[in-house]
Each structure stands twice: as C-alpha cells, then as structure tokens.
Ligand binder design. Structure first.
Ligand code: NAP
Ligand code: COA
Length: 269
C-alpha cells in the first residue's frame, strides 16, 4: 500500500543528480509519479536522455542534462536550465557516486581522489549550486550516503572517507540553512537489489548470500524502498526533520551480536 497519494508532490520541482540508473533513477521516477516535475543529470548524455525519456514516455514530466558533478559550473548550468524551465526548485537529491573494491595499499592517489571528487565534492557542488535556485522556505535537500559513512569497510577506504564526509556536510548545511527554512538530510541505503553498487560489492551468488546473512532482515532492499524513504523526507510530513542520516538498510549496521546464529551462542557448553 502506498500511504502517499499520487499527488503528494503536485507542482513540486525536483532536481536529481546521478539519475541515469539505479536508486536515483527510481527516486526520480517515483517523484514524477507523485506529481513532481523532475530534472535529472549524469555524466553520460545518451544514458541520461534515455532515462528522462523513459519517465516522460510513461506520461510524466521529466528533462535530462549531461553534467559531471565534479564540475561546479556544469552542475550550476543544469540547475539554471531547470530553474528556467520549471521555476524555483523544491527538492534536490544528490546521489552521484562511484565505487570499486581496492585494498588501500594498492589504491592510487588518483583512485582515492576520483571517488572523493564524485561523492563528496560532487555533493557539495550539487547542494551549494542549488542554494540560489531554491524555493524557500520549505525546500528539502537529500544526500545519498551509505553505511560506509559510519562503519569502516575493508577495501573501501575511498568510499568510506567520502561518505563520512557527506554525512558531516549534510549536518553542517542543515545547521546553516535551517533558519531559511531549508531542510538537509541524508539517506543511508543498505544493500539494494539489482543495482550497480551491489554488482560491484557482491558479484557472485556466494558473496550475495554472505551479505544477506549479515542483515537483520536477511534480504536486500529494493530501489523503491529508498524512493519511499526519499518521498517521506521530501514531503511536508517530514517538515521537522533536518540534519538526519536516515537509515533504510535492513539493519545492516546493527551490532555483531545481532548477526549471531542460534548455534553460535553455544548455550550450555
Ligand atoms: P548507479 O546506478 O551506478 O548510480 C550512480 C549514478 O551516478 C549513475 O547515474 C551515474 O551515471 C552517475 N554518476 C557517476 N559519476 C558521476 C559524475 N561524476 N557526475 C554525474 N553523475 C555521475 O549506482 P546505485 O547502486 O544505484 O547507487 C546510487 C547511490 O546510492 C550512490 O550514491 C550509492 O553510493 C548509494 N548507495 C547504493 C547502495 C546499493 O546497494 N546500490 C547502497 C548504499 C548506498 P553516469 O554513468 O551516466 O554518469
Ligand atoms: N581498482 C583500483 N583503482 C581503480 C579501479 C579499481 N577497480 N577503478 C578505477 N580505479 C582508478 C584508476 O586506475 C584511476 O587511477 P590512476 O589514474 O592512478 O590509474 C582512477 O581510479 C580513476 O579511474 P577512471 O576510470 O579514469 O575514472 P572515471 O572518472 O572514468 O570513473 C569510477 C570513475 C572509477 C568511479 C568508475 O568506476 C565509475 O564511473 N563509476 C560510476 C558507477 C558506480 O561506481 N556505481 C556504483 C555507485 S556506488
């Protein structure tokens, strides 16, 4: 059951960065279904045009622009065109990211820098550039972080450092921009099925099974789970929520004890 009406975001203007595929595309599609006009960006002109066309083909309002979030001017140009076509922007999602598995001892300076540039600097660019185009008071900004932002993970020093930075950036902007009626939150998704992120982290059925065994809910989430969380945070129902890192993660960060199977307690031995 969808607790939000189809018109929950009627008249709202939404900008989603990193939305040619996966979680962010689903957020854009979900918001369009709920009545918003959506503007989406990613690096690849063909992929982003096709993503925007897929939303528009279903009868919703969507436009797409190619922009690399590492370039402030490119992000600003996309926001400016969005503002010109749709008017002041109500909701911004910053979700562009890159990740790969690499031991820190083998990670080049450019490999580390590339992920920090896309995830952390890119998020600063998207949120900072959007500031002048926002419909305030009432604007809602959402960064997409990850469990890596609070829990260290092997072979992901680059992504962990970048996502930790996003968490702190989100809280700082929430403090600075709150007085203007701008809310800034982050969503921390757990492992999400059928995404590029999980194809990179759990490439085989065996590694997928090991991931699932470590989740309190024992299963991957869906892109719609994250889109529903984003819909709540973007809506007026979340009008008093700001500076929050909202976990929609199947309990993947709960303590080690929660991962113990009954037999591992060795009761009575
Ligand atoms: P995805 O499909 O690869 O999405 C990443 C998006 O970012 C793509 O649209 C990509 O499009 C875009 N992008 C990459 N570099 C960019 C750049 N420099 N400038 C602009 N756009 C760029 O991956 P996903 O798995 O759905 O992940 C989406 C978000 O959720 C990420 O922030 C990720 O960290 C987070 N997350 C995912 C999971 C998961 O289980 N998948 C778990 C926790 C957090 P182009 O290639 O067209 O540029
Ligand atoms: N292991 C170690 N280093 C790697 C790597 C890997 N698997 N993949 C890339 N790198 C390094 C490269 O070697 C390069 O460093 P170098 O110049 O010292 O050799 C550096 O990272 C940049 O690589 P490049 O391919 O030029 O970057 P890009 O900007 O074209 O692409 C990536 C960015 C690397 C993050 C790419 O994987 C990407 O586009 N990802 C987007 C999709 C994604 O990751 N989705 C999941 C989201 S969580």
């Amino acid at each position: 059951m969808d607790v939000f009406t189809e018109n929950a975001l009627a008249g709202k203007v939404v900008f989603v960065a990193g939305a040619s595929s996966g979680i962010n595309l689903e957020i854009a599609r979900h918001f369009a279904i709920h009545g918003a006009k959506v503007s989406i960006v990613s690096r690849d002109e063909t992929r982003i045009a096709s993503a925007a066309a897929s939303i528009a083909a279903a009868g919703y309002t969507a436009i797409g622009f190619a922009a690399d979030v590492r370039e402030f001017a490119a992000v600003d140009a996309a926001l400016q065109q969005t503002h010109a076509q749709f008017g002041p922007i109500d909701i911004v999602i910053s979700g562009a990211a890159g990740n790969f598995i690499a031991p820190a001892s083998e990670l080049s300076s450019n490999g580390f820098k590339t992920v920090v540039d896309i995830d952390l600097n890119g998020t600063f660019h998207v949120l900072r550039a959007s500031y002048r185009y926002l419909n305030r008071p009432g604007a809602s900004l959402i960064s997409i972080t990850a469990p890596q932002g609070t829990n260290p993970m092997m072979y992901q020093a680059h992504a962990c450092a970048a996502k930790a930075g996003i968490n702190m950036l989100t809280k700082c902007l929430a403090m600075e921009w709150g007085p203007e009626g701008i809310r800034v939150n982050a969503i921390s998704p757990g492992p999400i099925a059928d995404t590029e992120g999980m194809r990179r982290l759990a490439a085989t059925p065996e590694s997928e099974a090991r991931f699932k065994a470590r989740l309190a809910l024992r299963d991957y989430g869906t892109t719609k789970d994250i889109a529903d969380t984003a819909l709540f945070l973007a809506s007026d129902n979340a009008r008093y929520v700001t500076g929050a890192i909202v976990e929609c993660d199947g309990g993947c960060k709960l303590g080690d004890a929660s991962r113990m199977e009954a037999a591992e307690y060795a009761i009575g031995s």
